[in-house]
Design a protein around this ligand. Structure first.
Ligand SMILES: C[S@@+](CC[C@H](N)C(=O)[O-])C[C@H]1O[C@@H](n2cnc3c(N)ncnc32)[C@H](O)[C@@H]1O
Length: 143
């Protein structure tokens, strides 16, 4: 699965300029490769009308260090709080997650993240379940 996250240049007129930013004159999009908390820290409150993210699922992939579920949720709580700080009061936050798997048990991350969103006063407006047209060939459960 490939997901692209793009920020429209028109939504960040005062956005930071540095060597990690790639701009395309054709699409008006910018891609910046930095830590998400560092990225958001540069923006004033209520700046974005739309935030779309597909954060790590704590599976131990090459771009993350697997931790306990509690530590993962504490880290995500910080990211969620910062997203809310930079989100416009009428803005939307789209959060894509999958399953965290531990010791053969599946924990759907949206179910454990939902209380954090709720506690931070966000309203759930839509829940989209992705349907894949191909099989994942799991060895220990249905795929
Ligand atoms: C679950 S993957 C999402 C992948 C993406 N949706 C795709 O299909 O290519 C999580 C992504 O978050 C990035 N990432 C991990 N930690 C990050 C951080 N602290 N700040 C920004 N991005 C991070 C990883 O490099 C990885 O591309």
């Amino acid at each position: 699965m490939v997901t692209e996250i793009m920020t429209r240049e028109s939504l960040i007129p005062d956005g930071p300029k540095n060597s990690n930013v790639n701009s395309s004159k054709n699409t008006g999009a910018k891609v910046e490769c930095v830590d998400n908390l560092d990225f958001m820290a540069k923006f004033p409150p209520s700046h974005f009308k739309l935030i779309v993210t597909s954060p790590p699922y704590n599976l131990g992939k090459e771009y993350e260090s697997r931790t306990s579920l509690d530590d993962y949720l504490k880290q995500q709580e910080k990211v969620i709080a910062e997203c809310i700080r930079v989100l416009h009061p009428q803005g939307s936050l789209c959060w894509q997650v999958g399953n965290y798997v531990w010791n053969g048990e599946i924990i759907p991350l949206d179910t454990v993240l939902y209380p954090i969103f709720r506690q931070q006063k966000l309203k759930l407006r839509n829940r989209i379940a992705w349907h894949f047209g191909h099989e994942l060939h799991c060895s220990r459960r249905l795929s």
